[in-house]
Structures are given as C-alpha cells and as structure tokens.
Design a protein around this ligand. Structure first.
Ligand code: DAH
Length: 338
C-alpha cells in the first residue's frame, strides 16, 4: 500500500505538470482528491490495513494528500499569473501615465456666486422669475410707457402670443412684490436677459444680469449708496472708488448710473460704467398696489432702492477680457486660465 501511494504521488505530480488551463486542473483535483478520487479510494482501504501498519500508512496517506493539495494550489496561481501576463502583452507598462486635469467653475458662475455671497451677508435673499415674461411684468409695472424704445420689436424678442423674453431681470422685482406677504423685501435676482442686439465684442443677445431690490418703511438713498460702495469694494477690491452719476430709468426716481474707477497696469485710471440704480419710483408701488389690491406697498408709506448690472461685464472688467464672446465659446484654452 505504501508503494501504491508513492506511485500515485509520482504519477499525480507528473500529470499535474502537463496541465495547461484551470478546467484541466479542476478535473485533476476531482480525479485525485474528489469523493471518488484515487486518494479517497485508497483511504477507504485503511480499514483492511493490519493495526501495526496503520500509523505508517496513515502518515503516508496524509503526506500524499497534502502534497497534491499544495501542488494544485501552486499550479492554480501559476496559471492565473500566466493569464494576467498574457492580457498585458504589447502594453508598455513603463510609459508615463496621462496626467488627469480637474475641471473648474466657469468664471461667470464664480463671479455670480461671489456677488450672491456678498449680498447675502447684507441680508438679501435669492429670488427668481420666468425668462418668458408678460409685457406687464417687464415694462408696464415698471412704469415704462408703451412707446418707450426698449419695447420696440427691433430691441425685444416677442413671442407670437404677445409675451416676450425678458429684457432685464428687473421683472423679478415685480414678481416678488406681487407675491410677498410682508416687508421688508430684500432680494437678489441673478439670471439671463435677452435683447435683439447685433452680436459683437461687447454685446450678446443672451447675457447675464444681477438685480437687487430693497423695500421697507424708510429705505434711503444713503442705504443705496452704502450698499453699492460696499458691494463693489468686496467684488473689485477695497481701494475701488465708486461714483454715482445722475441718469434716467423709468422705474426709479432719482436714478443713477454707477461707475467704478479702474487702474489697469500701464494705463491711466478711468471710470467705467458698471450698473444702474435708483430709488423705486412711487409709480411702481402704485402699479403693484393696484395689482395686489392691498396697501402693503402703499407709495406714501414705503420706499425702496433697486440696482441691476451685467455679470458678463463685471467678469470682463475683473479679468481684463476684451471680447464678451469668449465667455460663451467654451474654449478650454480660454477657460483654463481662471
Ligand atoms: N434694468 C436696467 C437695465 O437692464 C438696469 C437697472 C437700472 C436695474 C436701474 C435697476 C435699476 O434695478 O434701479 O439696464
């Protein structure tokens, strides 16, 4: 029996060395160590071994079983690593890897978010309104007469049903005052605006604005001035000078254009127009009151200020961008600079 076991082991190891795949290895395992395998069959013969020989035969049996089990495991590892090696042949694993680049927020998004954060710190909250607007929300309620040039079909995109693509975010002022339940109103409304402009280095037909409105019992021009000076110094730097130039907007009285003084390197400092603002015209409160049918915006009791600006323009100033079209072309060579 001892010789039989020796023979089985020698034979087994020889057969094992010629196996070439995992399926062959599994058949081998079954043939030797499976329930009806040769080793198992011999083990069943232990019953008939005379007692004095049992220890020696038992030890041998264990030795053969262990040797075959270990050899099968080693063979399996060998087969698997051969397969792995095969799957990467032809690939030069010493070549340098491709660097991965990470994306970033668009400069317009960053400026918009920074403007929102700055205004939120002053107590303003986000507000929203539709981009497809009625003439009433975009113009009438904002005290803009029917013959005002901005309402012209040459300047505004009208839909067949008479609605329009909002020409400014000021319509959100109206949407907000129409629906609020109490004062104060203190909102930031960023969003797209549309105009039938010829596209060039400083004009797009879709652009981005940011609107603010503050209405309460005694909001003053000093509040407007302080808020805007702080805002532009936060956005453009603490040294930024801000100037208010009298202007006209139908929905504010008095109205101003705001200029900031910019000092570009190697150039003389110059004033650049950056936003429009003013004290909400009582005629706007009047229109809102009529629409609401209550006295929350009674023009004799409430005052407010509003301002609006182009975010694209702010981005151009902040980053010395000379052509507004760069902001929408999505050229990574341009965007990668921010
Ligand atoms: N809506 C104006 C525009 O698009 C900007 C503006 C001016 C907004 C004065 C205001 C304001 O809120 O008070 O040119």
């Amino acid at each position: 029996m001892l010789t039989q076991l020796d023979l089985l082991q020698t034979e087994g190891l020889a057969a094992l060395s010629s196996i070439i795949d995992e399926a062959g290895l599994e058949s081998f395992r079954v043939a030797y160590l499976g329930k009806k395998g040769s080793v198992t069959t011999i083990a069943a013969g232990m019953r008939d071994v005379p007692p004095d020989l049992k220890p020696a035969v038992g030890a041998k049996l264990n030795e053969v079983r262990t040797t075959l089990t270990v050899s099968i495991e080693e063979k399996l590892l060998g087969l698997q690593s051969a397969k792995d090696a095969e799957s990467v042949t032809g690939i030069d694993v010493t070549l340098p890897g491709r660097p991965s680049t990470s994306g970033a927020l668009h400069p317009l998004t960053r400026i918009r978010d920074r403007a929102i954060q700055t205004l939120r710190r002053m107590g303003f909250a986000l507000a929203d309104g539709p981009e497809i607007e009625t003439e009433w929300h975009c113009f009438d309620a904002l005290n803009t007469p029917a013959d005002h040039p901005a309402r012209n079909e040459k300047d505004t995109f009208y839909l067949p049903d008479g609605r329009l693509l909002r020409t400014h975010t000021s319509s959100v002022q109206v949407r907000t005052m129409e629906s609020v339940k109490s004062l104060p109103v203190r909102i930031i409304a960023p969003g797209a605006a549309y105009r039938r402009d010829e596209i060039d280095a400083t004009h797009l037909s879709v652009f981005n604005q940011l609107e603010c409105l503050y209405v309460d019992r005694d909001v003053s021009l000093a509040d407007l001035k302080g808020t805007l000076e702080y805002f532009f110094q936060e956005m453009l730097g603490a040294q930024t000078q801000v100037r208010f130039r009298p202007h006209f907007f139908p929905f504010t009285e008095p109205s101003f254009e705001i200029d900031v003084k910019l000092e570009a390197k190697g150039q003389e400092a110059r004033w650049i127009e950056i936003a429009g603002c003013g004290m909400v015209d009582p005629a706007v409160f009047q229109a809102i009151s009529q629409q609401r049918g209550d006295a929350l915006f009674n023009p004799d009791e409430v005052t407010g200020f509003a301002f609006g600006m182009g975010i694209d323009r702010l981005a151009m100033i902040l980053h010395s961008i000379t052509d507004i079209r760069h902001l929408i072309e999505n050229d990574v060579r341009f965007l990668g600079q921010f």
